[in-house]
Design a protein around this ligand. Sequence first.
Ligand SMILES: [Zn+2]
Ligand SMILES: [Zn+2]
Length: 883
Amino acid sequence: MNFGKYARKKKLERINSTSIKLTNFLSSTLFKLIVFAVVLLGVIGVAGGLGTLKAVIDASPSIDNLLEEIEPEGYTTFIYDLQGEQVQELHGADANRVYVEYDQIPEYLGYSFVAIEDERFWDHNGMDLEGVFRAIFTNIKDQRFTNPEGASTITQQIIKNNVLSTDVNLERKVQEMYLAIQLEKHLNKESILELYMNTAACGRGTNGVQTASQLYFNKDVWDITLAEAAVLASITNKPGKFDPVTNPENNRERAVRILNKLLEQGYITDEEFKTAYSEDVYSSIQIISQSISESSSYSYFVDETIDRVAEDLTIQKGFTDSQAFNLIYRGGLSIYITQDLKIQKAMDDVFTNEESFPPVNEDYAMKLKYSLTITKDDIKENLYFEDQYDTLEEANAFISSVKAEYGLTNEDFDNKNAIEQTVYIPQPQAAMVLMDFHNGHVKALVGGRGEKKGNQVFNRSTQAMRQPGSTFKILAAYLPAIDTRGYTLATVLDDVPFDIVQPNGQTYSPGNWYSGYRGLSTVREGIVNSMNILAVRTIFDITPDLGFDYLIDLGFTTLHESVVIGGEVYTDKTLTLPLGGLTDGVTPLELTAAYGAVANGGVYIEPIFYTTVIDHDGNILLDKKPITRPVMKETTSFLLTDAMVDVIEYGTGTSARFKDVKMKLAGKTGTTSATKDLWFAGYSPYYVASVWIGYDDPQRMAYVRSYHKFIWRDIMEAAHEDLPYKDFVMPDGITSAAICKESGKLAVTGLCSADPRGSTIKNEYFAVGTVPTETCDVHKEVLICTASGLFANEYCPEGTTERRVMIQRVEPLISESSTTRFLGSIADYKYEIPYSMVGEYCNIHGPQTLIPVEDPNKGKDDKKDKDDKKGKDDPINAPIDTP
Ligand SMILES: [Zn+2]
Ligand SMILES: [Zn+2]
């Protein structure tokens, strides 16, 4: 092929400026258009006719206007908060957008776009009928009606991506094809490809391959390698999905496909393929992209908003990703976001203050990403290093050693013989989300510790999947148990060794975060003290399936019913679910929204970042209404909230209490095994927020102080500074009753209150209809003979007997088969009537004959007889249901 020079001016002059007469057009391309239109109309199921078709074509913009539109300066998009205050202007990368001529662009970059986007580009006249039919066939075969690759030619894409109309319909489709054919008449293939490569959205707000080359590779487009060209050509189809920084695996897969196609279609040699295939481009892309855009970086909130608006434009409006990003960066939109600038500032202040995080001597590391390009003397090398050091000084010492190894001086860097890019990421990292749970409005979020450098960098609050630890005890175990399985806050479970033989034959024995076991405990105590065994017993009872279903309703999208990783099948439907032992983990955003559902009376509201998008002409383009659904009974949400108030007032969350502002708070801590993740999720009657701390590459933390709880407290307290005190509102359907915490049943005055550890009577809240009707059957009053240590008999003298209130588990602590080695570690064991003592009476006093042991199977009436015989002062000394 002959690739001559095409000066931009000349090319534009070649364009016929007289308007195209419809009749001329029809005579040459009528057949193809009719075929296409009929097929299209048929497939989409819209009735139409030739009359309509002519009207549609008549209504097309003229090709002159069109070409002006293809290269617009664009309109600035503005982002406002809900008070109308301007938060941000979006410029994309237009500021440094440079138009490059066809012969400045490496041939293989053009070929790469052709190979992946439009294989028959060199032969068609703007429309690729073969591609269209193929697409239709695939659609019918797969029973889907999307717009797969191949259906839209490069020429059509130029029209589609650059005509900034916001309505997408069949009419527009037909006009787009008509205009594509017109464009082909006015420009030759090379000019069209040139135009395409200068206007295509290449991700992160870039348009055109030169800007993108600068952003991703820090070089001019004429210097990029074949491997880099394939990376670039992969992005355009879906800039989000194929972003080489955030989704390198996706991009790599597509880039390799491009290389294969180039090889198949004879554009490159075997040798070139192999070199490109083995070139590692991705490791250095991230670092360059970060440092290049340091000067103009948007907040994590704005980054996230851009992604979500783009997603909604493609889903709701049918735009391609390129169209959506073009519109966002150049379409003059007004985007109204839910961010509260005051709360965001409070959050930023805490996250950029190093004192909010463990100091160097306590828990600290410096992750370093360093890239070095050397072009000096005979050396031509691209180097990339990524590692974690104990201190910043050690990281810098490493950089110095690399420079020394290659004999690089400051002069080399001044002369650009060597170019370096350095990114420091202090560890542990952190992220936080704060949301108004009444309407789903995300008010503030931070995706990392320290100053944010670069756009679309890794946002830990929406992208990091981390183990949620004990924050899942509420969501996966107690919530479903109370909501549908008859549990109450008074339900008693036994914190004693618990061994479960799993289907795979292995025994699972959950441990506690404290040493030993606490014995009989209520669900409320399980929540307040974050007791592992209680949570596992609960999910064992209600089944992991039920817990999993609730989590899906609560909006978690990263859980797996079944997933194959490396040939092994993993599932999150496990008994460790309430301890947060997941295959992948959850994001801080989704955890916040799930706790928001508990805070919001049981109604889940999808978190949103914007409310409205207005187009350049003042029309409403997007009107965001969050998904809303009831997930649990209002009474369940109140009960859980009330227990989580105790977490902050007396439990594991006391460090999160506000210092000055008076406000009712509820929350739950989360610590994962080996302290690799620290969480706090909590709420007031106004806002819900969760915070996470951990190393990017998970590792044990020292956890000397509750940094995460202090971060949560400081930011939440700032958010509530001007808000009046509020308590959580008790809904209808809640009642209360005095229960005994040892049995979970109605308390017996004089018995439960006489427990040697103090009264175990608690006034507890219940959903109406769930108040227990039986009285405590765990507390027993016994008469002991102090001389023998056994139950007193009728011969024991008055001075040697002692009345005691003890407990006796309904389910025996020790079954015949189990060992007794744990007994000493169970806190309430010493208050229990030992089974060895049951039926044994004093053997010191009385007649020489031993009192016969009572028959354990004796019925109530017999006991009553005996009691009567001994008189009413006799002890209830045989509280026997022998094991
Ligand atoms: Zn009791
Ligand atoms: Zn005695």
